[in-house]
Ligand binder design. Sequence first.
Ligand SMILES: Nc1ncnc2c1ncn2[C@@H]1O[C@H](COP(=O)(O)OP(=O)(O)O)[C@@H](O)[C@H]1O
Ligand SMILES: [Mg+2]
Length: 326
Amino acid sequence: MTNPLLEVKNLRTHFHTERGRVTAVDDVSFSIAPGEIVGVVGESGCGKSVTSQSIMRLFDEKRLVEYEGDILFNNESILHMPQKRMQKIRGNDMSMIFQDPISSLNPVYTVGDQIAETIRLHQKVTKKQAHQKAVEMLRLTGIPAPEKRVNEFPHQLSGGMQQRVMIAMALSCQPSLLIADEPTTALDVTIQAQILDLIRDLNKDMGMAVMFITHDLGVVSELCSKVIVMYLGEIVEITDTESLFTNPLHPYTKGLIQSIPQLDGDRKDSLPVIEGTVPSLDQVPNACRFSTRCPFADELCKQEHPVLEHDRDEKHVRCWHYKKIG
Ligand SMILES: Nc1ncnc2c1ncn2[C@@H]1O[C@H](COP(=O)(O)OP(=O)(O)O)[C@@H](O)[C@H]1O
Ligand SMILES: [Mg+2]
Protein backbone atom coordinates (compact mmCIF):
# COMPACT_ATOMS: atom_id res chain seq x y z
CA MET A 1 0.00 0.00 0.00
CA THR A 2 1.31 3.44 -0.89
CA ASN A 3 1.26 6.15 1.72
CA PRO A 4 -1.75 8.40 1.35
CA LEU A 5 -1.15 11.87 -0.06
CA LEU A 6 -3.88 13.33 2.11
CA GLU A 7 -5.17 11.86 5.33
CA VAL A 8 -8.07 13.49 7.13
CA LYS A 9 -8.38 12.12 10.65
CA ASN A 10 -11.44 12.65 12.82
CA LEU A 11 -11.82 16.20 11.56
CA ARG A 12 -14.34 18.40 13.33
CA THR A 13 -14.99 21.94 12.18
CA HIS A 14 -16.93 24.10 14.62
CA PHE A 15 -18.19 27.60 13.81
CA HIS A 16 -18.84 30.27 16.40
CA THR A 17 -22.12 31.84 15.35
CA GLU A 18 -24.50 34.34 16.92
CA ARG A 19 -26.65 31.41 17.96
CA GLY A 20 -23.76 29.56 19.57
CA ARG A 21 -21.32 26.97 18.39
CA VAL A 22 -22.30 24.67 15.54
CA THR A 23 -20.41 21.69 14.17
CA ALA A 24 -20.46 21.68 10.38
CA VAL A 25 -18.04 18.79 9.91
CA ASP A 26 -18.24 16.03 12.46
CA ASP A 27 -15.65 13.30 12.89
CA VAL A 28 -14.75 13.05 9.22
CA SER A 29 -11.96 10.64 8.25
CA PHE A 30 -10.81 9.63 4.78
CA SER A 31 -7.69 9.49 2.69
CA ILE A 32 -6.62 10.22 -0.86
CA ALA A 33 -3.76 8.29 -2.45
CA PRO A 34 -1.30 9.95 -4.84
CA GLY A 35 -2.95 10.20 -8.26
CA GLU A 36 -6.35 9.12 -6.99
CA ILE A 37 -9.56 10.94 -7.96
CA VAL A 38 -12.05 10.94 -5.12
CA GLY A 39 -15.59 12.26 -5.45
CA VAL A 40 -17.52 13.90 -2.63
CA VAL A 41 -21.29 13.97 -2.96
CA GLY A 42 -24.32 14.91 -0.88
CA GLU A 43 -27.05 17.54 -0.96
CA SER A 44 -26.45 21.22 -0.26
CA GLY A 45 -25.52 21.93 3.33
CA CYS A 46 -23.96 18.53 4.08
CA GLY A 47 -20.50 19.92 4.79
CA LYS A 48 -18.67 19.27 1.55
CA SER A 49 -17.36 22.82 1.10
CA VAL A 50 -16.55 23.23 4.77
CA THR A 51 -14.52 20.00 4.63
CA SER A 52 -12.52 21.19 1.63
CA GLN A 53 -11.99 24.68 2.99
CA SER A 54 -10.87 23.18 6.30
CA ILE A 55 -8.25 21.15 4.43
CA MET A 56 -7.02 24.37 2.80
CA ARG A 57 -7.38 26.20 6.14
CA LEU A 58 -9.29 29.05 4.57
CA PHE A 59 -11.48 30.00 7.54
CA ASP A 60 -10.72 32.75 10.02
CA GLU A 61 -9.10 30.79 12.84
CA LYS A 62 -9.01 33.73 15.20
CA ARG A 63 -12.74 34.39 15.33
CA LEU A 64 -14.85 32.00 13.31
CA VAL A 65 -13.60 28.49 13.37
CA GLU A 66 -12.22 25.84 15.69
CA TYR A 67 -10.80 22.54 14.44
CA GLU A 68 -10.37 19.16 16.08
CA GLY A 69 -8.61 16.10 14.71
CA ASP A 70 -5.78 16.22 12.23
CA ILE A 71 -5.02 16.52 8.53
CA LEU A 72 -1.83 15.02 7.14
CA PHE A 73 -0.46 15.98 3.75
CA ASN A 74 2.56 13.93 2.66
CA ASN A 75 2.65 12.59 6.23
CA GLU A 76 2.96 16.05 7.70
CA SER A 77 0.27 17.62 9.86
CA ILE A 78 -1.04 20.70 8.08
CA LEU A 79 -4.00 21.43 10.36
CA HIS A 80 -1.83 22.74 13.14
CA MET A 81 1.14 24.18 11.28
CA PRO A 82 1.65 27.96 11.26
CA GLN A 83 -0.37 29.74 8.53
CA LYS A 84 2.88 31.03 7.02
CA ARG A 85 4.00 27.51 6.20
CA MET A 86 0.53 26.55 5.12
CA GLN A 87 0.63 29.38 2.58
CA LYS A 88 3.58 27.71 0.89
CA ILE A 89 1.65 24.47 0.49
CA ARG A 90 -1.51 26.21 -0.63
CA GLY A 91 -1.40 27.14 -4.31
CA ASN A 92 1.71 25.07 -4.73
CA ASP A 93 1.40 21.39 -3.79
CA MET A 94 -2.28 21.75 -3.13
CA SER A 95 -4.62 24.08 -4.94
CA MET A 96 -8.32 24.65 -5.06
CA ILE A 97 -10.95 25.77 -7.50
CA PHE A 98 -14.28 27.09 -6.28
CA GLN A 99 -17.78 27.57 -7.50
CA ASP A 100 -17.47 31.34 -7.36
CA PRO A 101 -14.42 32.53 -9.28
CA ILE A 102 -14.71 36.30 -9.07
CA SER A 103 -14.04 36.43 -5.34
CA SER A 104 -10.66 34.79 -5.90
CA LEU A 105 -9.46 36.98 -8.76
CA ASN A 106 -7.74 40.28 -8.18
CA PRO A 107 -9.66 43.06 -9.99
CA VAL A 108 -6.65 45.33 -10.52
CA TYR A 109 -4.40 42.91 -12.45
CA THR A 110 -4.91 41.37 -15.88
CA VAL A 111 -5.68 37.66 -15.82
CA GLY A 112 -2.41 37.02 -17.64
CA ASP A 113 -0.42 38.78 -14.93
CA GLN A 114 -2.19 36.76 -12.26
CA ILE A 115 -1.53 33.42 -13.93
CA ALA A 116 2.06 34.39 -14.78
CA GLU A 117 2.68 35.39 -11.20
CA THR A 118 1.54 31.98 -9.96
CA ILE A 119 3.77 30.28 -12.52
CA ARG A 120 6.79 32.36 -11.54
CA LEU A 121 6.26 31.55 -7.88
CA HIS A 122 6.77 27.89 -8.61
CA GLN A 123 8.89 27.60 -11.72
CA LYS A 124 12.15 29.18 -12.79
CA VAL A 125 11.04 30.94 -15.95
CA THR A 126 11.42 34.43 -17.38
CA LYS A 127 8.53 36.90 -17.42
CA LYS A 128 8.10 36.32 -21.11
CA GLN A 129 8.02 32.54 -20.75
CA ALA A 130 5.52 32.83 -17.90
CA HIS A 131 3.30 35.01 -20.06
CA GLN A 132 3.56 32.45 -22.87
CA LYS A 133 2.66 29.66 -20.44
CA ALA A 134 -0.31 31.69 -19.20
CA VAL A 135 -1.59 31.90 -22.77
CA GLU A 136 -1.13 28.13 -23.12
CA MET A 137 -2.97 27.43 -19.87
CA LEU A 138 -5.84 29.65 -20.98
CA ARG A 139 -5.95 27.84 -24.31
CA LEU A 140 -6.05 24.51 -22.48
CA THR A 141 -9.12 25.56 -20.55
CA GLY A 142 -10.88 26.34 -23.82
CA ILE A 143 -10.83 30.13 -23.78
CA PRO A 144 -11.10 31.47 -27.34
CA ALA A 145 -8.42 33.93 -28.48
CA PRO A 146 -6.30 33.41 -25.35
CA GLU A 147 -3.52 35.72 -26.62
CA LYS A 148 -6.05 38.55 -26.47
CA ARG A 149 -7.87 37.48 -23.30
CA VAL A 150 -4.64 37.21 -21.37
CA ASN A 151 -4.39 41.02 -21.34
CA GLU A 152 -7.90 41.58 -20.03
CA PHE A 153 -9.08 42.29 -16.50
CA PRO A 154 -11.40 39.91 -14.61
CA HIS A 155 -14.45 42.19 -14.97
CA GLN A 156 -14.13 42.07 -18.76
CA LEU A 157 -14.78 38.33 -18.73
CA SER A 158 -18.00 36.36 -18.35
CA GLY A 159 -18.50 34.09 -15.32
CA GLY A 160 -17.58 31.02 -17.37
CA MET A 161 -14.38 32.70 -18.62
CA GLN A 162 -13.46 33.77 -15.10
CA GLN A 163 -13.90 30.19 -13.93
CA ARG A 164 -11.57 28.99 -16.66
CA VAL A 165 -8.99 31.57 -15.59
CA MET A 166 -9.23 30.23 -12.03
CA ILE A 167 -8.75 26.71 -13.29
CA ALA A 168 -5.76 27.78 -15.41
CA MET A 169 -4.26 29.41 -12.33
CA ALA A 170 -4.86 26.42 -10.05
CA LEU A 171 -3.42 23.98 -12.56
CA SER A 172 -0.46 26.10 -13.66
CA CYS A 173 1.53 25.22 -10.55
CA GLN A 174 0.96 21.51 -11.21
CA PRO A 175 -0.28 20.65 -7.74
CA SER A 176 -0.09 17.10 -6.42
CA LEU A 177 -3.60 17.60 -5.03
CA LEU A 178 -6.36 19.60 -6.66
CA ILE A 179 -9.47 20.28 -4.63
CA ALA A 180 -12.34 21.14 -6.95
CA ASP A 181 -15.54 22.37 -5.31
CA GLU A 182 -18.29 22.16 -7.91
CA PRO A 183 -16.03 23.96 -10.38
CA THR A 184 -18.16 23.42 -13.44
CA THR A 185 -21.64 23.95 -12.00
CA ALA A 186 -21.94 27.41 -13.57
CA LEU A 187 -20.55 26.41 -16.96
CA ASP A 188 -22.32 25.11 -20.03
CA VAL A 189 -21.98 21.41 -20.84
CA THR A 190 -19.41 21.75 -23.63
CA ILE A 191 -17.04 23.78 -21.48
CA GLN A 192 -17.71 21.46 -18.55
CA ALA A 193 -16.68 18.47 -20.67
CA GLN A 194 -13.48 20.26 -21.75
CA ILE A 195 -12.56 21.06 -18.18
CA LEU A 196 -13.19 17.51 -17.01
CA ASP A 197 -10.95 16.29 -19.87
CA LEU A 198 -8.27 18.71 -18.76
CA ILE A 199 -8.44 17.48 -15.17
CA ARG A 200 -8.34 13.87 -16.34
CA ASP A 201 -5.29 14.57 -18.54
CA LEU A 202 -3.41 16.23 -15.70
CA ASN A 203 -4.31 13.31 -13.50
CA LYS A 204 -2.94 10.84 -16.05
CA ASP A 205 0.09 12.80 -17.20
CA MET A 206 1.28 14.22 -13.92
CA GLY A 207 -0.36 11.95 -11.37
CA MET A 208 -2.30 14.83 -9.88
CA ALA A 209 -4.73 13.61 -7.22
CA VAL A 210 -8.16 15.23 -7.14
CA MET A 211 -10.84 15.71 -4.54
CA PHE A 212 -13.86 16.48 -6.69
CA ILE A 213 -16.98 17.84 -4.99
CA THR A 214 -20.05 17.67 -7.17
CA HIS A 215 -23.81 17.34 -7.35
CA ASP A 216 -23.45 15.54 -10.62
CA LEU A 217 -23.29 11.76 -10.27
CA GLY A 218 -22.61 11.52 -14.01
CA VAL A 219 -19.34 13.38 -13.42
CA VAL A 220 -18.57 11.03 -10.54
CA SER A 221 -19.01 7.98 -12.76
CA GLU A 222 -16.74 9.45 -15.43
CA LEU A 223 -14.00 10.80 -13.26
CA CYS A 224 -13.73 9.21 -9.82
CA SER A 225 -12.51 5.87 -8.55
CA LYS A 226 -13.72 6.33 -4.98
CA VAL A 227 -16.68 8.26 -3.59
CA ILE A 228 -17.43 9.80 -0.22
CA VAL A 229 -21.08 10.42 0.59
CA MET A 230 -21.75 13.13 3.18
CA TYR A 231 -24.92 13.87 5.10
CA LEU A 232 -25.36 16.62 7.68
CA GLY A 233 -21.68 17.00 8.44
CA GLU A 234 -20.84 13.30 8.55
CA ILE A 235 -19.60 10.67 6.17
CA VAL A 236 -22.35 8.10 5.72
CA GLU A 237 -20.65 5.97 3.07
CA ILE A 238 -17.29 5.51 1.37
CA THR A 239 -17.28 3.21 -1.61
CA ASP A 240 -15.67 2.51 -4.96
CA THR A 241 -17.49 4.20 -7.83
CA GLU A 242 -18.81 1.04 -9.41
CA SER A 243 -20.49 -0.07 -6.17
CA LEU A 244 -21.92 3.41 -5.71
CA PHE A 245 -24.16 2.72 -8.68
CA THR A 246 -24.56 -1.06 -8.54
CA ASN A 247 -24.65 -1.68 -4.81
CA PRO A 248 -25.12 1.47 -2.71
CA LEU A 249 -25.36 0.49 0.95
CA HIS A 250 -26.69 3.52 2.82
CA PRO A 251 -30.37 4.47 2.33
CA TYR A 252 -29.22 8.05 1.68
CA THR A 253 -26.85 6.90 -1.07
CA LYS A 254 -29.63 4.76 -2.55
CA GLY A 255 -31.86 7.85 -2.56
CA LEU A 256 -29.23 9.96 -4.31
CA ILE A 257 -28.73 7.33 -7.00
CA GLN A 258 -32.46 6.93 -7.50
CA SER A 259 -32.92 10.68 -7.82
CA ILE A 260 -30.87 10.72 -11.02
CA PRO A 261 -33.29 11.42 -13.87
CA GLN A 262 -33.37 8.42 -16.19
CA LEU A 263 -31.85 9.19 -19.59
CA ASP A 264 -34.72 7.54 -21.42
CA GLY A 265 -37.13 9.79 -19.54
CA ASP A 266 -38.62 6.70 -17.94
CA ARG A 267 -38.57 7.66 -14.28
CA LYS A 268 -38.83 4.71 -11.99
CA ASP A 269 -41.61 6.05 -9.84
CA SER A 270 -41.76 2.93 -7.74
CA LEU A 271 -38.36 3.79 -6.30
CA PRO A 272 -38.26 6.01 -3.26
CA VAL A 273 -36.75 9.45 -3.73
CA ILE A 274 -35.50 11.24 -0.63
CA GLU A 275 -38.19 13.47 0.81
CA GLY A 276 -37.71 16.54 2.97
CA THR A 277 -34.57 18.60 3.39
CA VAL A 278 -31.30 18.50 5.29
CA PRO A 279 -31.94 19.75 8.87
CA SER A 280 -30.05 22.86 9.97
CA LEU A 281 -27.02 22.54 12.20
CA ASP A 282 -28.90 23.54 15.34
CA GLN A 283 -31.32 20.66 14.75
CA VAL A 284 -28.95 17.76 14.37
CA PRO A 285 -30.76 14.61 15.58
CA ASN A 286 -29.07 12.94 18.52
CA ALA A 287 -29.46 9.63 16.70
CA CYS A 288 -28.98 8.54 13.12
CA ARG A 289 -28.89 11.92 11.38
CA PHE A 290 -30.76 10.60 8.37
CA SER A 291 -33.47 8.99 10.53
CA THR A 292 -35.86 11.93 10.08
CA ARG A 293 -36.01 11.24 6.33
CA CYS A 294 -35.15 7.57 6.02
CA PRO A 295 -37.87 5.16 4.82
CA PHE A 296 -36.23 2.35 6.81
CA ALA A 297 -35.83 4.16 10.13
CA ASP A 298 -37.07 2.35 13.26
CA GLU A 299 -36.84 3.01 16.99
CA LEU A 300 -33.14 2.13 17.16
CA CYS A 301 -32.34 4.63 14.38
CA LYS A 302 -34.28 7.35 16.18
CA GLN A 303 -32.45 6.73 19.44
CA GLU A 304 -28.87 5.77 18.71
CA HIS A 305 -26.21 7.22 16.51
CA PRO A 306 -24.62 4.57 14.27
CA VAL A 307 -20.85 4.46 13.79
CA LEU A 308 -19.18 4.40 10.38
CA GLU A 309 -18.73 0.68 9.99
CA HIS A 310 -15.98 -0.85 7.89
CA ASP A 311 -17.90 -3.28 5.74
CA ARG A 312 -15.33 -4.88 3.44
CA ASP A 313 -12.56 -3.81 1.08
CA GLU A 314 -12.69 -0.04 0.99
CA LYS A 315 -16.35 0.17 1.91
CA HIS A 316 -17.56 2.07 4.93
CA VAL A 317 -21.18 2.64 5.89
CA ARG A 318 -23.02 4.38 8.73
CA CYS A 319 -26.38 2.64 9.07
CA TRP A 320 -27.89 0.26 11.63
CA HIS A 321 -29.70 -1.77 9.01
CA TYR A 322 -27.68 -1.71 5.80
CA LYS A 323 -27.27 -5.49 5.82
CA LYS A 324 -30.99 -6.06 6.19
CA ILE A 325 -32.22 -3.60 3.60
CA GLY A 326 -29.84 -4.91 0.94
N1 LIG B 1 -18.99 30.52 7.91
C1 LIG B 1 -19.96 29.75 8.41
N2 LIG B 1 -20.53 29.98 9.60
C2 LIG B 1 -21.51 29.19 10.09
N3 LIG B 1 -22.01 28.12 9.45
C3 LIG B 1 -21.48 27.83 8.25
C4 LIG B 1 -20.44 28.61 7.66
N4 LIG B 1 -20.13 28.07 6.44
C5 LIG B 1 -20.94 27.01 6.30
N5 LIG B 1 -21.75 26.85 7.37
C6 LIG B 1 -22.75 25.80 7.56
O1 LIG B 1 -22.11 24.55 7.45
C7 LIG B 1 -22.97 23.60 6.85
C8 LIG B 1 -22.26 22.93 5.71
O2 LIG B 1 -22.10 23.86 4.67
P1 LIG B 1 -21.31 23.53 3.32
O3 LIG B 1 -20.06 22.81 3.63
O4 LIG B 1 -21.20 24.81 2.58
O5 LIG B 1 -22.32 22.56 2.58
P2 LIG B 1 -22.17 21.92 1.12
O6 LIG B 1 -22.18 20.44 1.34
O7 LIG B 1 -23.38 22.37 0.38
O8 LIG B 1 -20.91 22.41 0.52
C9 LIG B 1 -24.23 24.34 6.44
O9 LIG B 1 -25.23 24.11 7.41
C10 LIG B 1 -23.79 25.78 6.45
O10 LIG B 1 -24.87 26.63 6.78
MG1 LIG C 1 -20.66 23.61 -1.22
